[in-house]
Design a protein around this ligand. Sequence first.
Ligand code: AP5
Length: 214
Amino acid sequence: MNIILLGPPGAGKGTQAARLESSRGMIQLSTGDMLRQAVRDGTPVGLKAKAVMEAGELVSDAIVSALIGERLDAIGDKGAIFDGFPRTRAQAEALDLLLSERGRKLDHVIELQVNEDALVERITGRFSCASCGAPYHDAYKLPKLAGTCDVCGSHDFKRRPDDNEATVRTRMAEYRAKTAPILPYYEERGLVRHVDGMAPVDEVAAAIEAILTQ
Ligand code: AP5
């Protein structure tokens, strides 16, 4: 099975993709994670992407489509969860080609519907363990022992450079202008399902599971 999780920054795409990896053995393909890794590694792609990401704008369609193609080749016959891709009509068309070239098809496009104002707090409050990546939030999920990761005991934490309010607003504007308009492309094919992304994480996961088991 191959699905797209669609929604603005902070809608919960990454959170739900991680759940699906655990529950269904599917593979999360997050272009945001791939680009951040490229930035950390200082690759040519990372050097091009860094400033664009820090401004909250979109990296070029050609770069992200190539990244997805490489990762699809690496996951064998496991199901794919596209997280943060596609983000433009050109990326949606590229994905169709990448899937058909590999004998795959798209099963569902799940739109996480959210209230954007609430998302700013969700995003600007989040941080993670610099060692194991465990996620935390200033308001909802602090480490049990202040300054110590619950999972690995590390004392180092990090925040994404694009998780400040000004950049989040730009990312949301990019979503409204370039990504939301691709929904009709999938609606015409009867692939789109809507889930309330403001519900608690477990309820969102249950709603997605209900769609996938239909
Ligand atoms: P990317 O990494 O894809 O970021 P994003 O789309 O802005 O999404 P986020 O990771 O911020 O949010 P999410 O929806 O995954 O939410 P999460 O689960 O973390 O992209 C970053 C940048 O890379 C882009 O701006 C662009 O520059 C570039 N880029 C990436 N892909 C690209 C592409 N295809 N084309 C061009 N450029 C590209 O949740 C957020 C927080 O909310 C967490 O703290 C979480 O714990 C909490 N939370 C989640 N669900 C709930 C819930 N139901 N209730 C309460 N809290 C919740």
